[in-house]
Write a protein that binds this ligand. Structure first.
Ligand code: SF4
Length: 254
C-alpha cells in the first residue's frame, strides 16, 4: 500500500490546443463526454478543507484532461492553496502539467510567489511539466493543432530566467517530447535545443526516456500511448537508441 495519496484536481477540462494523441482530439473536444467547465473557487476551497487531518502525505496534480492555465482565476487558486498550506499541513507538494501557451509573466509570477512562500518546504511547488513535441513550428502545428511554438519557448525561457532571478530551485521544469511518426526526425534537435537552454543557464538537468527518475530539470522523450502500442514502443526505442539514451535514462550535470 502506498504511503502517500496522489490527488488529481482537474481545474478545467477546456484546452486551447488539440493534440493528436490527446483525449481532447480523440473525443472530438469533449474528453468527459459532456459540457466542459472550470472548477469554482468554492469547490477548490472545499477540496482544500477536505485535506485536513490525513495521516499520509498528499501529492496534488492540479490538472487532468485540460489546460490548467486556461482557468480565468488560476493565479488566485494556486495562491489560496499555498497560503492555506502552512507547514505543508494540507499537501506535501503540487505540480502542474501545461502546454505553456498561457504561461504569461503574470502567471509565472504567481507560480514563483507560491514557490517562495515562507513556512513551506521549498520543494512544495514541485515541477511544471510542459509537453512540446517539436522544434519546427510546422511540426508543432501538425501535432498540437496550434501555431504557438515560439510563444511556448519564450514563456519557458522567461520562467527559467525569473526562477533564477529569484534564486529559486523550484518548480523544476520538464520539457517533454512524445515520440510520434511526425516528429521522430526532430528528436535530436529537440535534445540539443533544450540542452543548450539548460547549459547556458548553468542548470543541472537529466535526459530520460522514462518517467523522470529524479526531481530536477528534465528533457523527457516520452512513449506515445497508442492503439498500436507495439509500434509506438518500437518507435520510442528507436529514437532513444539513436540519441544514445541507452538505458532509458541518462543524466548530465555541471
Ligand atoms: S495541451 Fe494537453 S490537454 Fe490540451 S490537447 Fe494537448 S495534451 Fe490534451
Amino acid at each position: 500500500m502506498s504511503d502517500y495519496i496522489s490527488l488529481n484536481i482537474e481545474v478545467t477540462d477546456n484546452c486551447n490546443l488539440n493534440c493528436s494523441m490527446c483525449d481532447q482530439a480523440i473525443s472530438g473536444g469533449l474528453p468527459h463526454g459532456n459540457e466542459k467547465g472550470y472548477i469554482s473557487k468554492d469547490t477548490w476551497n472545499k477540496i482544500l478543507d477536505s485535506l485536513e487531518g490525513f495521516d499520509k502525505e498528499i501529492h496534488i496534480s492540479a490538472f487532468w484532461l485540460g489546460e490548467p492555465l486556461m482557468h480565468p482565476e488560476f493565479e488566485s487558486l494556486i495562491r489560496t492553496a499555498f497560503e492555506r498550506n502552512h507547514k505543508n499541513h494540507l499537501f506535501r507538494d503540487l505540480k502542474i502539467h501545461t502546454n505553456g501557451v498561457l504561461l504569461s509573466e503574470k502567471r509565472t509570477d504567481a507560480i514563483l510567489d507560491c514557490a517562495s512562500m515562507q513556512g513551506l518546504s521549498p520543494d512544495t511547488f514541485t515541477f511544471l511539466h510542459c509537453s512540446i513535441e517539436a522544434v519546427k513550428p510546422e511540426t508543432y502545428k501538425l501535432i498540437k493543432g496550434g501555431d504557438f511554438l515560439e510563444i511556448v519557448k519564450a514563456n519557458l525561457l522567461h520562467f527559467l530566467d525569473m526562477r533564477a532571478k529569484r534564486k529559486l530551485s523550484f518548480p523544476k521544469l520538464t520539457v517533454a517530447f512524445i515520440v510520434t511518426e511526425e516528429n521522430r526526425e526532430e528528436a535530436r534537435d529537440f535534445l540539443e535545443t533544450w540542452s543548450r537552454v539548460f547549459k547556458k543557464r548553468g542548470l543541472e538537468f537529466q535526459v530520460t526516456g522514462d518517467w523522470p527518475p529524479k526531481l530536477m530539470d528534465t528533457i523527457y522523450f516520452r512513449r506515445l500511448n497508442s492503439s498500436d502500442q507495439e509500434a509506438a514502443d518500437m518507435l520510442h526505442q528507436e529514437v532513444l537508441s539513436r540519441l544514445n539514451i541507452t538505458s532509458g535514462r541518462i543524466e548530465e550535470s555541471f
